[in-house]
Design a protein around this ligand. Structure first.
Ligand SMILES: Nc1nc2c(c(=O)[nH]1)N[C@H]1C(S)=C(S)[C@@H](COP(=O)(O)O)O[C@H]1N2
Ligand SMILES: [Mo]
Length: 225
């Protein structure tokens, strides 16, 4: 490679960084990831967290006044404080995180509570088939089937990489479902509703993504990495 070639590579890098912002921003309004040309995809960074919100700023929730309510198709509507959540059996796992737009973070250490333990007190009715997670960031929500939520690597997380979740990552609590794309991983969860059908579609699903957002096996898989 001569000097001019190196100069050209450096220039492409700068353009790439600028374009990455542009493409990810535009992705918020459509499924642009699908039509990213290969040459651009190759220079879009694919490692490391990006912080997503649908609003203008990161929700800040006061830990003392935080409440998580479990309602809908349950025997006993139940409300937890953050201290209540911490008293439930603690689950920990290390899993990779994938956003449908093409970035991933490997080996994230999560700490929180399994949905079986979280839902036990509320006691879902026989007729309950789905679990809807409602964010403090209205109108962000998403739904898992009860079976998906009860899988051994799904949880409501309140800790990440050895510390409390940061506000940006969803403090006080967020959904973790690592085998599905990031949009199923609702942040700032304040309400959980058990429902008796799977009709509801979440915030990003209303904008074209699959309900069953399996990494590599849903329509997000069309994203060019
Ligand atoms: N409330 C809320 N939860 C959300 C989102 C959001 O915009 N608002 N974005 C989702 C998407 S698309 C991804 S990839 C992850 C990103 O997690 P992070 O912001 O902790 O990196 O959060 C998910 N949960
Ligand atoms: Mo995402």
């Amino acid at each position: 490679m001569d000097d001019r070639a190196i100069g050209r590579a450096a220039f492409l890098g700068v353009v790439g960084a600028g374009m990455a912002g542009l493409f990810f921003a535009r992705d918020a309004t459509g499924l642009l990831g699908r039509i990213l040309p290969d040459q651009v995809a190759a220079i879009v960074p694919t490692r490391g967290w990006r912080i997503y919100t649908i609003g203008p700023s990161i929700p800040r929730i006061d830990p003392a006044s935080y409440r998580l309510t479990i309602a809908g198709a349950v025997e006993h509507e139940t409300t937890f404080t953050l201290a209540d959540l911490h008293r439930l059996p603690t689950a920990q796992q290390v899993s990779d995180f994938h956003c449908v737009t093409g970035w991933s973070v490997d080996d994230v250490h999560w700490r929180g509570v399994r949905f079986a333990d979280l839902l036990a007190q509320a006691r879902p009715l026989e007729s309950a088939v789905t679990v809807r997670f409602v964010s403090d960031e209205v109108p962000y929500d998403d739904t898992l089937t009860l079976a998906q939520a009860l899988s051994p690597d799904a949880m409501l997380a309140y800790g990440m990489d050895g510390k409390a979740l940061t506000a940006a990552h969803g403090f006080p609590a967020r959904v973790v479902m690592p085998r599905m794309y990031g949009y199923k991983n609702v942040k700032w969860v304040t309400r959980i509703e058990l429902e008796t059908n799977y009709d509801r579609i979440g915030y990003w699903e209303q904008r074209g993504y699959d309900k069953d957002a399996w990494v590599g096996r849903s329509n997000g898989a069309a994203t060019v990495y």
